[in-house]
Design a protein around this ligand. Structure first.
Ligand code: AMP
Length: 286
């Protein structure tokens, strides 16, 4: 695996094989199987797979969250080598934002709900880093997990707005055997907390299976009760249209419904989503 920290070294390396298709997997490191599944998806579609590890400071709306974000580059290198990733790009903040100039994007209502509402400025930070990466790498494909469903929709909107040639590929959520969605933040959970957190997916799956029997309001209050009974704190639960991501109050408002949640377990913030039902012929993102 070719490892570099400088834009010019990366570009020089990629220019040696100009005609190869490039697949790009942006990450913030502390890699797990979910990340590696994106690398594998990229390897299936592209000749060269580039992974980046960059903890993007401007997408964190809380300094404490940025400071506590898990970092373990040595272990990440071994994991990437185990799946034959071709290139690892490890830029510094200065390399990514040499002029400290940040753009302001307009994503409208897509960025005003859920993560956008609860983490002000988050998606603007994501859009800045993705535009910068795409400008450096010019990938043919870029791979994003449905774990961050709203981020995937924002990146799709970004590439459309900028008329970029990069195809955005959405990838399924990888979960622990317990059902807990894999996340770098899980590293900060104790073994007991990890067991407790399994109730999140259990409850979401229960809602999915039983959704026609109850109203959205009833499902929300059921979920809130489960979360507080298990010593977690609910930040939000929303049922939304899977394309516009606008919250709905009744199931008859959409034929593609996804439930989104954010909960706090100790100092760790967890997000997850489950498709309640979908009349879409294919996955929206692919
Ligand atoms: P992160 O390092 O958290 O910024 O994530 C990098 C990429 O990996 C994003 O596109 C995430 O959506 C994706 N990702 C994170 N967790 C998972 C998971 N459990 N399954 C699939 N993809 C994931």
């Amino acid at each position: 695996m070719f490892i570099c920290k400088k834009v010019k070294d990366l570009q020089q390396h990629l220019s040696q094989n100009k005609h190869d298709t490039i697949g790009f997997v942006p990450t913030m490191g502390a890699l797990h199987q979910g990340h590696l599944s994106l690398i594998q998806a990229s390897k299936e579609k592209s000749k060269i797979t580039v992974c980046s590890i960059f903890v993007n400071p401007i997408q964190f709306n809380k300094k404490e969250d940025l400071d506590n974000y898990p970092r373990n580059v040595d272990a990440d290198v071994l994991k990437l080598e185990s799946v034959n990733c071709d290139v690892l790009f490890l830029p510094s903040v200065e390399e990514m934002y040499p002029n400290k100039i940040y753009k302001t994007y307009k994503f409208g209502s897509l960025a005003e709900v859920m993560e956008g509402e609860h983490r002000p400025g988050h998606f603007n930070g994501v859009a800045n880093v993705i535009e910068r990466f795409f400008d450096i790498i010019h990938p043919d494909y870029a791979f994003f997990g449905e774990k961050d469903f709203q981020q995937l929709a924002i990146v799709k909107a970004l590439t459309k707005q900028l008329a970029l040639k990069t195809e955005i590929v959405g990838c399924k959520i990888l979960r622990e055997n317990s059902g807990l969605a894999m996340s770098s933040r899980n590293e900060r959970l104790s073994t007991t907390q990890k067991k407790d957190a399994a109730i999140i997916f259990e409850a979401l799956t229960f809602i999915q299976k039983n959704h026609p029997k109850h109203s959205i309001a009833e499902h929300k209050s059921y979920f809130a009760k489960i979360i507080s009974a298990n010593k977690m704190e609910l930040e939000y639960i929303e049922f939304a249209d899977g394309i516009s991501l606008q919250p709905i109050q009744n199931f008859n408002e959409t034929n593609y419904c996804v439930v989104f949640i954010a909960v706090h377990l100790g100092k760790v913030r967890l997000i997850d989503n489950v498709t309640i039902y979908s009349n879409q012929k294919s996955n929206y993102f692919n």
